[in-house]
Ligand binder design. Structure first.
Ligand code: ADP
Ligand code: ASP
Ligand code: MG
Length: 438
């Protein structure tokens, strides 16, 4: 069985939902993972914001506007009064829940917030399932809250997911529709897999059912060789190795959520990126196959902070790195890039929540300098060190841009540069000009 995932834009209107239904009705049984309609999760975030701030008028106004939008979609989506009525009932129920949180006696905490954020996926999946049923398809809704589970460290529980989804699949349906993004946590509360996490849902489900393929359907014809939001004339990449896709996703290629690669890679399930607006386009196939000697794509990650620790004590000493890394670990702050010399180490982080405390502790070990407003530019492909000449091409492309750090050799698939945020677009374009325009 295959798993198909459709993102927010792909289910962003009644028309788009109808297009999705055409795509999934190809005679094959499958699980379809849906995101919320585009814009909905952002609106739910803003409703939560009002509720945290006890601005019930702001929350109510936003809830009313969103409900009007959904009622308009219902009008357009269903042909019969019977199904319009069924859909209106579903919508009423979810908006009644949102409104119940505007009552003055409610204490709004992160528990309520997560329940609010889940409403988008609950709405879209119910609406599409009803539409399928109206058109005579035997479609069943698989409630993600009954099988998608994370533990105390917010890590998915593969065994639980596998057993519970298998039990639900017993039903004799042609199509299964389920929610991306949402799950239950270790306390049984509604939780989520982080923003953009529907891709992760799809790959966790794919791994849980030993799917033959996971298809991520979005609004572009696959992973492009550079960020189409900043570079013109980018081209789709036909094939990527899982490691290449993981580096690109982690370093800013928004088309794929970074967490989504690992479950598919471990289960060796190919992931295909496809375009709902152009279903015939080849898209990108991500698998365990790699192509020799090819530079594939470039991506950029924003909001990076670099920290340099310089110390004579590092010279010929051991244990220095461990002590530095332990500080980051104790503040649960992941490190992205690292470069070292005999007397210093530079590293980057994107989560600056505990930056002040980290700097304070690092000062015990040396002189600390911090550079903010940086971006990591990541070039991905077959970067095996025996392929001579490609480093020169990549570095040469950036000859007019100040580079704060370079990292190469950590994997066979990437070379990364740290530049000023203000130089990001220039760097991305320079790389496209030099690497892909032959
Ligand atoms: P969805 O809502 O379907 O999950 P996303 O907005 O999360 O879609 O991802 C698709 C978007 O990712 C594209 O519209 C594109 O602007 C952006 N994107 C960024 N980098 C890349 C890239 N290298 N290749 C393709 N798309 C990219
Ligand atoms: N709806 C969620 C979000 O907007 C999850 C997703 O679309 O992947 O972040
Ligand atoms: Mg996405």
């Amino acid at each position: 069985m295959k798993v198909f995932k459709f993102g927010g834009t792909s289910v962003g209107s009644a028309q788009r939902m109808k297009e999705v239904v055409k795509l999934i009705l190809d005679g094959e049984r499958k699980i379809v993972v849906l995101s919320a309609m585009s814009g909905t999760t952002n609106t739910l975030v803003s409703i939560s914001d009002y509720l945290y701030k006890k601005n019930t008028d702001g929350a109510s106004e936003t809830i009313n506007l969103l409900e009007t939008k959904y009622n308009a979609v219902v009008e357009e989506l269903y042909a019969t009064a019977e199904y319009k009525q069924k859909a209106v009932e579903v919508i009423k129920e979810h908006f009644a829940f949102l409104r119940s949180l505007t009552k003055s006696n409610i204490v709004f905490t992160s528990v309520e917030e997560k329940a609010v954020l889940a409403q988008g996926e609950l709405l879209s999946t119910n609406m599409v399932t009803l539409y399928l049923q109206e058109t005579g398809v035997k479609a069943a809704l698989l409630p993600a809250l009954d099988f998608m589970k994370i533990d105390k460290n917010a890590e998915p529980e593969p065994q639980f997911i596998r057993e519970h989804i298998a039990a639900l699949l017993g039903e004799n349906a042609e199509l299964y529709i389920t929610q991306g993004f949402i799950c239950r946590n270790a306390y049984g509360e509604i939780d989520n897999l982080q923003r953009g996490g529907s891709d992760y849902s799809a790959s966790l489900i794919g791994a849980a059912i030993d799917a033959e393929e996971i298809q991520i359907w979005t609004d572009i014809d696959g992973m492009h060789n550079n960020d189409p939001r900043f570079v013109q004339n980018t081209q789709p990449v036909a094939n990527l190795h899982f490691e290449e896709a993981a580096e690109l996703a982690y370093f800013g290629a928004k088309i794929l959520h970074p967490t989504c690669i690992l479950p598919a890679k471990l289960a060796n399930i190919p992931v295909r990126l496809l375009n709902t607006m152009d279903p015939k386009a080849n898209g990108t196939l991500i698998s365990n196959e790699s192509e020799k000697g090819e530079i594939k794509a470039v991506a950029a990650k924003d909001n990076i902070t670099a920290i340099k620790i310089k110390s004579g004590r590092m010279l010929l000493a051991y244990g220095f790195m461990r002590r530095i890394f332990e500080i980051f670990e104790s503040y649960k702050t992941p490190i992205d890039m690292i470069t070292t010399s005999e007397v210093g180490v530079s590293l980057t982080i994107d989560n600056t929540k505990h930056l002040d405390e980290i700097i304070d502790e690092l000062k015990k070990f040396g002189t600390v300098t911090v550079d903010e407003d940086l971006a990591i530019i990541c070039v991905v492909g077959d970067m095996n060190y025996e392929n001579i000449g490609f480093q020169a091409r990549v570095v040469g492309a950036l000859k007019n841009i100040p580079v704060r750090m370079v990292s190469y050799g950590g994997s066979n698939y990437n070379i990364s540069f740290l530049v000023k945020a203000a130089d990001k677009i220039k760097a991305l374009n320079a790389l496209s000009d030099n690497l892909f325009k032959l």
